[in-house]
Design a protein around this ligand. Structure first.
Ligand SMILES: [Cu+2]
Length: 494
């Protein structure tokens, strides 16, 4: 299937990585990594756009290029206004933005504003294709409060390969209320974007999107983690508290984030913005598409590594029964002789409306299913990755939702793999998981929710502000290989 690369071999063997990571007990403060973290983490350029009248305008060019992830090795990649990934777009709640997205690539692409409430024609999903050399200029109001979100390719059946190649970036939304909280907010100093991904590199430095049959099922996972496109980076900490804006931009990996010394940290925001109150954590599960803002305390003269700590779940029933949790060292934080003091995190962060199931006017059910396996699949008898028995069809509207009505969306995972379920155009609340209330860090605004095998997760969902009987939004699994294979559906808001 891929003889060239197989012969060349992996740049870093997966087994070697697994071995070293296994030796690194993340709960053991004395654990030593075999890695040297030689490269300062890349901080994506902060892009504030420009003001034209009362519109904030961003010029975004999808382009191809080469990136030197490893010294002396050039890797073919794609990016936005750069060779790999894109700038961090910063905008304010309440303002109108216009995105001039030019496709400088040789193939069709799209750019989707993940997590944002906007007109369907501005969504950047599979219906807003940008052909090569064309420019697409959606305009929309930023309805969201202070939050961390992102933008990425959403090309039908090709989202996985396009995101893998680098077509993604972070968005930071500011508002007045959050500015008064005294949270770390100096970009690149104590307010740090961390786009966490992994890629499968070969010895020649290439990271082609080449899938085995297993990859089609499990999703593409890499042998090398990337933080903002940097391999095994460090960050030189200068303040006693760091705010990390974590984005899982991986195709399929679910990261169990923890520090090597087991230190606690404070989650302050989920996908859609600030949590009602700070939540103390020692491990954070972040699935593809999800974001979390955490604040971490540091002391002088220390080093600590943020890891993806591998799996604490899964049964012995084989690979497919487990979450895709790689063990990786991600980034080392280093402090010097002295740290600038940071303000305390306030005990109250945001006022969120109460979650009231009684507000719901109806329930919709979404059953996530996997294809048949083994002989069934070989014979073509598998049902395909699907939702409610149907594979994504761009010509079919699956659900029609009334604007402003509160609904319960009940997501049931009938398959053996974990699926992060994402709904466009809204921030929802989690009602319960198998009848249990969500954990405090999942009690805020969410647009992507992990649904474990066998689990039923109920969401309180509402779509405000825009109707369009013609153009749909998407709901889908955010494991990009599952999405591309059909685990996606379409809904309109009327
Ligand atoms: Cu999935």
């Amino acid at each position: 299937m891929k003889p060239e690369h197989t012969r060349r071999g992996f740049l870093l063997g997966t087994s070697a990585l697994a071995l070293s990571a296994a030796a690194l007990n993340w709960a053991d403060a004395s654990a030593q990594s075999r890695y040297s973290f030689d490269t300062a983490v890349a901080i994506p350029p902060l892009y504030n756009g420009r003001i034209e009248g009362d519109v904030r305008v961003f010029d975004l060019n999808l382009q191809s290029g080469q990136t030197e992830f490893f010294a002396g090795l050039k890797t073919d990649t794609n990016g936005i206004n750069g060779s790999f990934l894109g700038p961090v777009l910063r905008m304010r709640s309440g303002e109108t933005v216009r995105m001039n997205v030019k496709n400088g690539l040789t193939f069709d692409s799209t750019l989707h504003w993940h997590g944002m409430n906007l007109p369907a024609k501005a969504d950047g999903g599979p219906h807003q294709i940008i052909q090569p050399q064309q420019t697409w200029s959606p305009e929309f109001t930023v309805h969201e409060a202070s939050s961390t979100t992102w933008y990425h390719s959403h090309q039908i059946h090709a989202t996985a390969s396009q995101v893998w190649s680098g077509l993604a970036g972070m968005i930071i939304i500011d508002d007045d209320a959050s500015a008064e909280l005294g949270l770390p907010n100096e970009y690149g100093v104590d307010d740090i974007p961390l786009v966490v991904q992994d890629r499968r590199f070969y010895r020649d430095g290439s990271m082609p999107y080449e899938r085995s049959m297993h990859d089609e099922m499990a999703g593409m996972m890499g042998n090398v983690p990337l933080i903002n496109g940097t391999v095994l980076p460090y960050f030189a900490v200068s303040n006693s508290k760091l705010r990390l804006r974590l984005l899982n931009g991986a195709n399929a990996s679910i990261y169990n984030l923890a520090f090597t010394d087991g230190r606690k940290f404070t989650q302050i925001a989920s996908d859609g913005g600030l949590l009602p109150e700070p939540v103390q954590m020692s491990q954070l599960r972040l699935a593809p598409g999800e974001r979390a803002e955490i604040v971490v305390d540091f002391i002088a003269n220390e080093k600590v590594i943020l890891q993806s700590a591998g799996t604490s779940r899964g049964s012995g029933m084989g690979m497919m029964m487990q979450e895709q949790n790689p063990r990786f060292d991600l980034i080392e934080f280093r402090t010097g002789e002295a740290l600038s003091p940071s303000a305390d995190i306030p005990p109250k962060l945001a006022d969120l409306p109460p979650v009231s199931e009684n507000d719901a006017t109806r329930t919709r059910r979404f059953l996530l299913e996997m294809p048949g396996m083994g002989p069934m699949r070989m014979l073509g008898l598998g049902s395909g990755f699907n939702i409610n028995g149907q594979s994504m069809d761009i010509g079919r509207i699956d659900e029609v939702v009334k604007i402003g009505e509160t609904e319960i969306w009940e997501i049931e995972n009938a398959g053996p793999m974990t699926h992060p379920f994402h709904i466009h155009n809204t921030q929802f609340r989690i009602l319960d998981r198998d009848g249990r209330k969500p954990e405090p860090n999942e009690s805020g605004l969410k647009d992507t929710v992990v649904v474990s095998p066998g689990e039923i997760v109920r969401l309180l969902v509402r779509f405000d502000n825009y109707t369009d009987p013609e153009r749909p939004y998407m709901y889908h699994c955010h494991i990009l290989e599952h999405e591309d294979a059909g685990m996606m559906g379409q809904f309109t808001v009327v």
